[in-house]
Design a protein around this ligand. Structure first.
Ligand code: ZN
Length: 223
């Protein structure tokens, strides 16, 4: 079949092909593209095969953009982008020391005096600030990643940056993510929890101690 790309969502990696005879509008995912020298654009003339997918919708297969050389296997020629994991730098280790140090100091003082007093305030503030900076969202060095499922090169967005911050290096493009959500309506929580390695203990400490400290401080201040 011959047609033209009538709609293209480059960020999401899909669009629609309108056949030249006007008979069909066919869903087109970037993974069906056989040319890889550039990404599709609205107005590209294409040659394609249409087939019904599992949900009986027309989907384009083996799409070739006319005027671009077809490649037998785009997957093999596309170099997957290696995304490097978030790195802790000297600042992060310093912050972890500050958090643990402040927690220790506050805990020890409270153990000694059974009181919350103003002298503790600087440590509490340092603790909160260090904790917030430590858990700031980092940005990956790479601007793009290769989808772990369909191999499409996709741009990082809020969702994938969040996932990357949570320690995921296998990232999925939006169409694959949407498909995954449809197929797995209940999100497995344990995957998320298991992904956090170091820093978990610090998190646990701070989250368990901070509310207690805050409650005690308010109680002290009120009475
Ligand atoms: Zn994908």
């Amino acid at each position: 079949m011959k047609g033209k790309i009538g709609q293209w969502h480059d960020d999401k990696g899909f669009g629609f092909i309108f056949s030249d005879d006007g008979a069909e509008k066919v869903f087109f995912h970037i993974s069906s593209l056989k040319t890889s020298s550039r990404r599709p654009q609205v107005g590209d003339s294409v040659v394609y095969e249409s087939a019904l997918d599992a949900k009986q919708r027309l989907q384009a297969k083996a799409v070739v953009i006319e005027g671009l050389a077809a490649q037998a296997s785009p997957q093999r020629n596309l170099k997957p982008i290696q995304v490097s994991p978030p790195r802790k730098n000297a600042l992060d280790y310093l912050l972890m020391l500050i958090v643990l140090g402040c927690l220790g100091k506050l805990g020890w003082d409270f153990y000694q005096t059974r009181l919350i007093n103003e002298a503790m305030a600087p440590y509490a503030i340092a603790l909160v600030v260090a904790f917030l900076v430590l858990n700031r969202q980092k940005k990956p060095k790479e601007k793009q990643f290769s989808c772990a499922r369909c191999n499409t090169v996709a741009n990082f967005d809020a969702r994938t940056i969040q996932a990357w911050n949570n320690g995921f290096l296998k990232l999925y493009c939006n169409p694959c993510h949407q498909r995954w959500l449809r197929e797995n309506p209940v999100q497995p929580v344990h995957r998320y929890a298991a992904s956090r390695g170091s820093g978990c203990l610090v998190l646990l400490c701070v989250f368990s101690v901070l509310p207690v400290l805050a409650a005690l401080a308010i109680y002290n201040w009120m009475t």
